[in-house]
Design a protein around this ligand. Sequence first.
Ligand code: SF4
Ligand code: SF4
Ligand code: FES
Length: 324
Amino acid sequence: MTEGTISATFDVYRHDPAKGDRPRYQRYTLKLSPHTPVLTALLQIRAEVDPSLALRYSCRSAICGSCAMQINSKSRLACETHIGPEIEQHGRIVVEPMRNQPVLRDLVVDQASFWKNYHRIEPFLKLDPAHPMPEGRPTSMTPEEVERFKETPRCIACASCYSACPAVEADPGFPGPMALAKLYRYVVDPRDRAHQDRLVRVQADGLWMCLRCHLCTDSCPKDVRPSERIRDLKEMAIAVQGATEHGSRHAVGFKDNLRDRGVLNESRLVRQTYGTLGMAGQLVQGLHVLRKKPEVMRKPHPIEGVDQIEKIYEALDRPSEDGA
Ligand code: SF4
Ligand code: SF4
Ligand code: FES
C-alpha cells in the first residue's frame, strides 16, 4: 500500500427502477488517502471501475448542495465527508441515496416533492405598497432585524434535512425542515406584509407534525438549525392565533401542566389536546394505556419545590432587555 493511503471499502446502493432490477449493494475497494472526500472516491470508481454509477454533484466545495446522500446512514454532503474518519468509525463506507425521495437511479433521487413543498410556503417577500422602499434601494433593514434570520440564508437547499426528517417519512405533505426554516425567514422580515397570514396557514398546513427530534439540525451542513426555527414558528403561531391545532393545544397543555404541579397530569393533557368530545376518538388507545398504566387517571400531587418552577416560568415570560 502506498505510504499515507488506506484500503477503503465502499458498499454502494445500486438500483435502476427503469430496468425493473432489484436494489443491491455493490462493493468497491480502493486505496486512498484518508483525506479523500467520499465524492472524489465515487468519481474515481465511476472513472476507473464502473462508468454506469449514477450520482449528482457540481461544485465539489460544499456550496451547490447537489451531492447530498446517505453516508453510513447519515445525510451528508459527499464532497465534504472524508473517508478516513468513516473507515475508522465504521470499518467501511455504505453509500445510499437520500431518503424520503424516490430513487431515479443509484444515488440520484427525484427531488420534486422537496421543491413542491418549498414553493408551497411562497418563498418570496410580499411587500407592503403603503411603505415603499427608500428610493434607489430595494431593501432596508437594521442589523438587528437581519440578525433574527441570519442562519437561514446559509441554506444551500441540499435536502439533507428533508432526507433525515421522520415527519416527512410519515407524511410527505409535511412541508419539511428546509421549507419551514425559509418560511421563518419571511415571517420575521419586517418588510413582509403577510407574516400573520403565513403563520395562520402553516398551523393548518403541517407545522405541528414536527416531532422536535432535531435530526434536521444534526444533518444540516450549514448550521441553519431548522428545528430551532420551527420552534420559533410554533411560538409565533400560538401568539398570533392561539392554540388551534392538536399539536399546539398539546404544547400549551404540557406547559400549563408543568407550571401547575411540576409533573404531568396525563389524563388532563389528553383532554386539553383533544377536548372532551375529541377524547372519544382516543377511546381505544386510552383503554389500552389505562390497562397498562392505571395511575394515569390519578391527579398527581405537586412536586416539592413547585414554587421554584413558577419562578422559572415568570423569568421566561419576562421580556428580555432587547425587547424579544
Ligand atoms: S425536528 Fe421536526 S422538522 Fe426536524 S427532523 Fe425532526 S420532525 Fe423533521
Ligand atoms: S436547511 Fe441545511 S440541510 Fe436543509 S436544505 Fe438547507 S442547508 Fe441543507
Ligand atoms: S458537490 Fe456541491 S455541495 Fe457537494
